[in-house]
Ligand binder design. Structure first.
Ligand code: F6P
Length: 279
C-alpha cells in the first residue's frame, strides 16, 4: 500500500506542474461519459498510468478517461480506479479541481475497497488518504507533509446540492429547502473534490447529487467518484447513501456506472433517508 500511496503523491506533483504550465484546450475526443476531453485530462491520465505501471502489486487500473480497464500484472492483488482531473471544466475559470483514487483488492467492487484518496489542486495542494484513518497532507517544498486526522461532527452547517434544480424531484427540493430553512449555507463550486473537501474540513453538512429527470441514475461515477468518497466519509465518521442504501453495499456492473449519491454527517443523512422513504 505504501508504494501506491507514494505513486499517487508523485503523480499529484506532476499533475500540479501540468496544471500550472500546460495548455488547457479541448482535444478532439470524448471520454466514456460523453464529455469532451481536455488535452490536460489526457496528459494527467498518462502521468498516473505511468506511475502505477511501475508497481508490481497493481493488477489493473481503470480511468475515467479510458473506455476499458488496463491490466498490468495478472496475479497481483490491487485494482485502482481513478479520475485524473475531476471537474476539469472548472480549469478555465481557475477554480479548484481534484484527482480521485479508489484502491480495491481482488476486483472493482465497493465491498473490495481497501483505501481511497483524493488530491485537491487549489491555492494549495492537499491530499486526503483514507486507509484505517482519514489523514490530511499538504504539499510543501515538493513533499507531502502530514497535517492532521479528519473527523466529521454529527451535524454540519453546509449544503452542496448538485444537479439542475429544474430536474429535481419535488421531495428532493423539499429536503434541500428544509436544510436552508434550518440555517445551512450554500457551498457549491461544481467540483466534487473541493465541494466534498470543504464539508469534510468544516466538520459536516450535506453534498447531494440525486437522481434527476434527465439523469435517473445520477451523474457521478461509482468507481472513480462515488465509492472512493463514500469510503472516505465513512472512515471519517460520516455516512454515504444512494438515497436509501449504504453506498458501500452497492454493486457495479460496468466500470463507468453512475449512482445518485448523498455524503454527509449523521444528522443530514438521516434527513435524506427520511425524505426518500417510500419513494
Ligand atoms: O464529475 C463531474 C463533476 O464536475 C463533479 O466534479 C461535480 O460534482 C459535478 O460534475 C457537477 O455537476 P453539475 O454541474 O451537474 O452540478
Amino acid at each position: 500500500m505504501d508504494n501506491i500511496f507514494k505513486a499517487i503523491q508523485q503523480s499529484a506533483k506532476k499533475i500540479k506542474q501540468a496544471i500550472d504550465t500546460k495548455d488547457i484546450g479541448y482535444s478532439e475526443s470524448q471520454n466514456s461519459s460523453g464529455e469532451l476531453q481536455l488535452q490536460l485530462d489526457i496528459k494527467c491520465d498518462m502521468i498516473i498510468e505511468e506511475e502505477f505501471s511501475k508497481i508490481a502489486s497493481i493488477n489493473s487500473i481503470a480511468s475515467e478517461e479510458k473506455e476499458a480497464a488496463v491490466q498490468f500484472h495478472k496475479q497481483s492483488p490491487y485494482f485502482i480506479a481513478y479520475d485524473p482531473i475531476d471537474g476539469s471544466s472548472l480549469l478555465d475559470v481557475n477554480l479548484s479541481v481534484g484527482s480521485i483514487f479508489g484502491i480495491y483488492k481482488d476486483g472493482f467492487e465497493a465491498k473490495n475497497m481497501v483505501a481511497a484518496c483524493y488530491v485537491v489542486y487549489g491555492p494549495r495542494v492537499e491530499m486526503v488518504f483514507a486507509h484505517n484513518k482519514v489523514k490530511l497532507h499538504l504539499l510543501q517544498n515538493n513533499s507531502f507533509e502530514y497535517i492532521k486526522e479528519i473527523r466529521l461532527n454529527n451535524k454540519g452547517k453546509l449544503n452542496a446540492p448538485g444537479g439542475t434544480q429544474q430536474n429535481w424531484k419535488p421531495y428532493h427540493k423539499q429536503l434541500v429547502d428544509s436544510l436552508f430553512s434550518e440555517g445551512y449555507r450554500l457551498r457549491y463550486s461544481g467540483g466534487m473534490v473541493p465541494d466534498l473537501h470543504q464539508i469534510l474540513l468544516k466538520g459536516g453538512g450535506l453534498f447531494s447529487y440525486p437522481a434527476t429527470s434527465d439523469k435517473p441514475h445520477g451523474k457521478l461515477r461509482k468507481l472513480f467518484e462515488v465509492f472512493p468518497f463514500a469510503f472516505i466519509y465513512k472512515k471519517a465518521g460520516g455516512f454515504a447513501v444512494d438515497s436509501k442504501q449504504d453506498i458501500m453495499e452497492l454493486g457495479c456492473s460496468h466500470i463507468h456506472d453512475t449512482s445518485p449519491c448523498f455524503f454527509g454527517s449523521k444528522y443530514e443523512i438521516e434527513k435524506v433517508i427520511d425524505a426518500y422513504k417510500d419513494r
